[in-house]
Design a protein around this ligand. Structure first.
Ligand SMILES: [Zn+2]
Length: 446
């Protein structure tokens, strides 16, 4: 890991994602002790500051690190093994048995692979659900590679279709989550925050949800992260089980609020939208996953018009099949345009905000990350524009959302540390990771 006290990063374009949506040409950022200290034109910064290292910015856009508000790093090893299935089949036939079959080393390899791909493609923060067991190995992967994360064990106690190995009662769930909160919540200068990941209502009993709500209140800045109202079939099963609709059931269990983020939120009635708004619950929109599992199209515009915070997520590898937030930004805007038959829906500037400052706000992290501003943590991404797909370039934000891909990222910095630059990971041995992944892959090839 390259650790530098002072650093100046330059760029042809600096896309700040601050309140004014400022874009600075021929710009530079001065970073000291992991914080952004000054932002301005290159001329002004170089005049006022000197640094141990200067990273040149010719043919580069500098933007805030992307915030993936819903991911499953630990599913990375299942990429390509669960294609063309609907949610409940996908979950029960491949994902649950796959996750539960992982050895401790495979949990580590899978999460490391997921986080490596996120970092390679410009994500600096993940809101990540691990699996039910060997969770500490997944958290260790986040710590080792240097990503910022809200992360935790998958909490579930009632799915009858689950393999025995991942069945735990509510008490065991809460006991092990509490042990992990004590160990990891606030770890590495608050780069790692624990989260209470309730899988979804078909996997979690009312007793477990009640205990999750109680536990969340004990610890400051601890969020609840769950899936909700993703597919029609799932909502029908929830209604049958609870005799009420999904969001009403969650409200009755006391788990909604500003410290709760729900992935998907597609199939809601009018009153349920109001409940989300009134409780200040946050939504993670996962456009690729929703398309691939044929779940439906989340009404992002409706949430935003009501004032609900919506971030963007990739979900897991078996339902995307990548962790590239650029492709999910692009798809997010396209889906809203088609859903509302309105070409102005979710313009590039808005969708980039969702993937940066609004995503960080959805995770209650906007004071520290999500924009390039003085005093914020230096979570930054450089995008190379010396490419055919960046010619011509009239508007850097249009390029980032509509034309660029994660493969154009040339540098990723988290907390002032360069974790990836020009094809090289600084915190990861790619060949060792690849060997472990191929070993797992071969165990599945007959
Ligand atoms: Zn998910």
């Amino acid at each position: 890991m390259v650790m530098l006290k002072d650093i100046i990063m330059e760029a042809d374009y600096l896309v700040c994602c601050n309140e004014k949506n400022q874009i600075i040409k021929d710009a530079a950022v001065y970073i000291s002790n992991s914080k952004i200290v000054a932002v301005g034109t290159k001329k002004a910064i170089v005049k006022d500051y000197s640094a141990t290292k200067i990273i040149g910015g010719k043919d580069k856009i500098l933007l805030p690190g992307l915030v993936n508000t819903h991911s499953h790093s630990v599913q990375a090893l299942l990429r390509g093994r669960a294609d063309d299935l609907a949610l409940l089949d996908w979950l029960r036939t491949v994902v649950l048995p796959g996750e539960s079959g992982f050895t401790p080393d495979e949990v580590y390899t899978s999460s490391l692979l997921g986080f490596a791909e996120m970092i390679r493609t410009g994500t600096t923060t993940a809101n990540d659900m691990l699996t039910t067991h060997n969770t500490e190995r997944g958290i260790q992967a986040a710590i080792d590679i240097g990503i910022r994360a809200r992360i935790g064990k998958m909490l579930m106690d009632t799915n009858n279709d689950s393999p025995d190995i991942i069945k735990e009662d509510s008490e065991t769930n809460i006991e092990s989550a509490t042990r992990q909160i004590e160990k990891f919540h606030g770890y590495a200068d608050n780069r790692i925050k624990y989260s209470l990941n309730a899988r979804f209502l078909l996997s979690c009993s009312p007793e477990l949800m009640k205990r999750i709500a109680e536990t969340q209140k004990i610890y400051p800045d601890l969020m609840i992260h769950s899936h909700a109202s993703e597919s029609k079939a799932e909502c029908t099963e929830v209604e049958k089980t609870y005799n009420m609709s999904y969001i009403r059931a969650l409200k009755n269990m006391g788990v909604l609020g500003f410290e709760t983020i729900l992935a998907h939120g597609i199939w809601l009635d009018d009153e349920e939208y109001k409940i989300i708004k009134e409780t200040n619950t946050r939504i993670a929109h996962n456009p690729s996953s929703n398309c691939k599992l044929a779940s439906g199209i989340c009404d992002v515009l409706r949430y935003q018009e009501m004032g609900v915070l919506v971030g963007i997520g990739t979900d897991g590898s078996p339902c995307n099949n990548n962790f590239d937030m650029f492709s999910d930004m692009r798809l997010a805007t396209f889906l809203q345009k088609v859903k509302h038959l309105n070409e102005k829906a979710l313009p590039a500037r808005k969708v980039l905000r969702m993937a940066t400052i609004e995503g960080s706000a959805a995770l209650n992290w906007e004071q520290e990350i999500g924009s390039i501003e003085n005093g914020k943590n230096a979570d930054l991404v450089m995008v190379d524009i010396n490419n055919l797909n960046a010619l011509p370039l009239y508007d850097p934000v249009s390029h980032l959302v509509y034309s660029a891909s994660g493969k154009d990222v040339s540098l990723t910095m988290i907390d002032g540390k360069i974790v990836y630059q020009d094809g090289q990971f600084k915190t990861l041995n790619y060949e060792t990771l690849k060997k472990a992944v191929i070993q797992y892959q071969n165990s599945w090839i007959e």
